[in-house]
Design a protein around this ligand. Structure first.
Ligand code: ASP
Length: 413
């Protein structure tokens, strides 16, 4: 039986877990404790397994990436291209969010709720952010899982290996072997994905019955449709312009999308995203191991869409009229909030406090969306991860680091 189950394509098994999870969750919605005690732990088990891979995978594969790219100028070029694409797509995402919030008025008719005042999150200063990129203690960075610091350390180690040359070859080989082991482990952990996705979906479906979702159906609709349109139109159009088939792209990353949808963590999905882009879309290790961890930390198009829609939602609920300057402010702050948000569940909601305070909107608005944040987080995390994979393909293509044959054969059915 195991043999026939494992011969089914992984994405189909994960999709089956997802659908079954929703059904079981709805059936058990009267007994949330049963789901919490007996089903959710399988989701946590899967999550812990993929989290286990993140730090060693990012570090080892990025060192391998840098040593394989060799030329530091090339690294710089890849860095600039990546950040430019990240900023452009995030700005487009915020604008799409604003349009949806204005056209569909998700806050109209929603009741205000009184809530305890929440403290606003703040972005750290620009100088601190830059200084914090350098890990004073690299072991500490690895131990605490600080992805940006790990990226910097891995790049420095990789460049140093290149400069040392022959004498550093044993180390280079050990690191390359370590990366291979991590890839193997990722593939193994993915076998748990159908079970993990099933458990997480059952938990979400049991927790959020229709009675909680219906009053906020409009904001859920806006966030989901805006996210889908951003992926299909913005990414699809740009991919086409670069001679890459959008269909093949979406086929190649469907595993990562499903894991992102259920775990609501782009950092947690990272091992799967790396695997999909390298194995299914032909992106080189050098590009994917640099672009994706960076993206999981700073590039969040779904979160940007959400921040814009949620800000307008709160303004509409509280009857606050916004002017042209406010909209411009939303574009800027929502972009910054999405960059500042960590790739963990619920981070976008915390950053929303910053957006609301900057625009002068009541923080109580947060309480209304907080109840259904998980459901919105599922959509935005999926787009966050899709956006990272999308940029990795563009950068790889422009650097001749994309294997077109693999991309064109992205497996699905
Ligand atoms: N959960 C999202 C992510 O990991 C961040 C957010 O809450 O918007 O990408």
């Amino acid at each position: 039986m195991w043999k026939s189950w494992s011969s089914i394509k992984l994405w189909k098994r994960i999709a089956a877990g997802l659908v079954l999870g929703i059904i079981v969750g709805i059936l058990l919605s009267g007994a949330p404790n049963v789901v919490e005690t007996w089903i959710r732990p399988f989701g946590t088990l899967f999550l812990n397994f993929i989290k286990m891979l993140i730090v060693p995978l990012v570090f080892l594969s990025l060192v391998v990436g840098v040593t394989s790219l060799k030329d530091p100028a090339r690294m710089g070029r890849i860095g600039i291209k990546t950040i430019a694409w990240y900023l452009v797509t995030t700005a487009v995402a915020v604008v799409i969010g604003l349009v949806f919030g204005l056209v569909f008025q998700p806050g109209a008719g929603v009741e205000k709720v009184a809530a305890a005042a929440t403290k606003a999150a703040a972005l750290p200063s620009v100088v601190d952010t830059f200084l914090n990129l350098i890990p004073a203690n690299p072991v500490g960075a690895l131990a605490s899982g600080n992805i940006l610091q790990i990226i910097v350390f891995a790049i420095v180690v990789g460049i140093a290996i290149n400069f040392v040359g022959q004498k550093a070859e044993p180390l280079e080989r050990v690191i390359a072997a370590g990366a291979e082991v991590m890839y193997k482990m990722t593939a193994g952990v993915m076998e748990l994905a159908p079970l993990g996705v099933f458990a997480l979906m059952a938990w979400v479906a049991a927790k959020y019955g229709l009675s909680i979702l219906l009053p906020l159906a409009k904001i859920i609709f806006c966030v989901y449709v805006a996210c889908i349109l951003h992926a299909v139109i913005t990414y699809g159009f740009i991919l086409k312009m670069h001679g890459l088939s959008p269909m093949q792209f979406f086929r190649g990353i469907v595993d990562a999308q499903m894991v992102a949808f259920t775990t609501t963590s782009s950092a947690g999905t990272l091992p799967v995203t790396m695997r999909c882009t390298q194995d299914n879309l032909g992106v080189s290790v050098g590009v994917s191991s640099f672009v994706l961890p960076l993206g999981a930390t700073i590039n969040m198009d779904g979160t940007a869409i959400y921040e814009a829609i949620a800000a307008l939602f709160v303004a509409q609920v509280f009857g606050v009229t916004l002017g042209g300057g406010d909209y411009l402010m939303i574009v800027i702050v929502a972009t910054l909030a999405s960059i500042g948000a960590a790739g963990v569940p619920g981070a976008g909601l915390i950053m929303l406090t910053m957006v609301l305070t900057t625009i002068g909107l009541p923080l109580e608005g947060l309480a209304i969306v907080a109840g259904i944040d998980r459901v919105l987080d599922m959509a935005r995390t999926t787009i966050n991860v899709t956006g990272d994979a999308f940029v990795s393909c563009l950068v790889a293509k422009s650097e001749r680091e994309l294997n077109q044959t693999v991309y064109d054969a992205a497996p699905v059915a």
